[in-house]
Design a binder for this molecule. Structure first.
Ligand code: LLP
Length: 429
């Protein structure tokens, strides 16, 4: 473990959390490089089979910066982007554009043009209108690889905001809709589109292996169905991301090292039963690569006991840098980094400094009696924290630091007050 305790202090990637707080100030996002890399390496190692071609694509919406793109590139993974901004970041990091998958249920014309200019590897079409829009934009003689996002109607057990393939989802077109076949034919017949296959994603923070197996089997059956009805052989199947991470001990993520080979075996067997050649299988993990590598460091500014006895700990961050508790009622674990050996004696609610009652970081957590200037470290904040942060209350976004072997490196600077007014324009006079 690159995260341990020495002299009553928490160390992350060999660096004391208290020293990180002193050097870079708080709130601060800290990412453990070894943990990110070992998660990246797990996929090529276990998501492979003799019979089936595979590819792992990092879903950059979980956490993206120039340095993160470089890290993903050095680990040999591909990249999923979902906006012009993510695409632009990847391009400016020097990420190989042929390994980029461009998603989105309503890509703008400008975003599509940017993707065509950069010559991204694959565009994932989300609905029939996008086929026409894209064909019109593609310059003569340019061919573009596309996948079609389908909705296989699998209901994964996770928070409803992060389920994606229930029947009324805004993403993809349903395999139970006859228009989908027409859309596939239209793509297949276009001179400028190269149809690679289907994409689908059933949701995020999922703990049931069975949901993924059922998902793969449903898509394979559809691939078989498409072949029977149109003669089109679907070469590739992208199953999206969604593997759960450990936030608190209530979470029981399954072991990807045993699950991934199992998934491929099942795909091979199902294909055999359906008498189709197993397609190339792609996956798009985001959270499972970065979530547990991330920590948020806060300085405690004070405590308060309400008349009813509720005990608050106030920290110098807020829902602006930690959105998931307010949005999904997500649960987190935390420690006081400079008092690791002290017993957690009472239960506290950790609240931020934003002007909103819902600005809660952790609802109930046992901690040692907190003191002003103690460093509170919230765990598992590597995914969807920095990427979902905001400037609510004109709070500046924290810096991001990468730690490894006792060394730290700033990879995203802390925002300044000047950054906050950079785009503001004054009235005349
Ligand atoms: N591929 C597609 C098409 C996706 O929409 C997503 C996530 C992923 C891959 C990656 O899923 P992951 O492996 O990270 O579960 N903001 C929410 C999560 C939204 C996920 C959106 N799509 C949260 O904080 O829980």
């Amino acid at each position: 473990m690159s995260n341990n305790i020495k002299n009553n202090q928490l160390y992350i990637g060999g660096v004391s959390a208290q020293d990180l707080a002193k050097t870079y100030q708080t709130p601060l996002y800290v990412m453990d490089e070894d943990k990110i890399r070992s998660q990246c390496q797990l996929f090529p190692k276990y998501f492979k089979s003799q019979e089936i071609q595979t590819e792992t694509i990092y879903a950059s919406k979980a956490f993206l910066s120039l340095a993160m793109c470089q890290l993903i590139q050095s680990e040999g993974l591909s990249l999923d982007v979902v906006s012009g901004g993510e695409l632009y970041t990847a391009f400016h990091a020097g990420f190989p554009m042929d390994k980029v998958y461009f998603h989105g249920n309503n890509k703008s014309i400008d975003e599509l043009k940017l993707a065509l200019t950069y010559q991204v590897g694959t565009i994932v079409i989300d609905h029939p209108d996008e086929v026409l829009t894209l064909i019109k934009l593609i310059p003569e003689n340019q061919k573009v690889n596309v996948m079609l996002r389908i909705n296989p109607g699998i209901e994964a057990h996770t928070h409803e905001y992060i389920q994606t393939t229930h029947n009324d989802s805004k993403f993809g077109i349903s395999i139970y809709d006859d228009k989908t076949m027409l859309c596939i034919k239209e793509i297949q017949q276009s001179k400028s589109l190269v149809f690679k296959g289907f994409h689908s994603h059933i949701g995020s923070q999922i703990f049931e292996e069975q949901s993924f197996i059922e998902h793969a089997q449903t898509v394979l059956k559809y691939i078989h169905n498409v072949y029977e009805k149109t003669g089109i052989i679907v070469q590739e199947m992208n199953l999206g991301g969604g593997f759960g991470a450990h936030y608190t001990d209530e979470d029981k993520p399954f072991d990807l090292r045993s699950f991934l080979p199992e998934l491929l075996k099942n795909i091979q067997q199902t294909s055999k039963n359906l008498k189709i050649k197993a397609p190339k299988v792609l996956i798009e993990p985001g959270r499972s690569i970065v979530a547990e590598a991330g920590y948020t460091l806060y300085t405690i500014g004070g405590t308060k006991k309400t008349t009813s006895g509720k005990q608050y700990v106030f920290v110098d961050g807020s829902m602006a840098d930690h959105m998931r508790t307010a949005l999904y009622q997500a649960k987190y674990d935390a420690v006081i980094a400079n008092r690791m050996n002290e017993e957690a004696t009472s239960t506290y609610t950790v609240a931020g400094k934003a002007c909103e009652s819902g600005d809660i970081i952790i609802k109930n957590i046992k901690l040692p009696n907190p003191n002003i200037n103690d460093i509170l470290v919230v765990k598992t904040t590597g995914a969807y924290h920095y990427s979902m942060s905001s400037n609510y209350n004109r709070l500046t976004r924290p810096a991001v630091v990468l730690v490894k072997n006792g060394q730290s490196k700033l990879i995203v600077q802390r925002e300044t007050y000047q950054d906050l007014i950079r785009n503001d324009l004054k009235l005349e006079g």
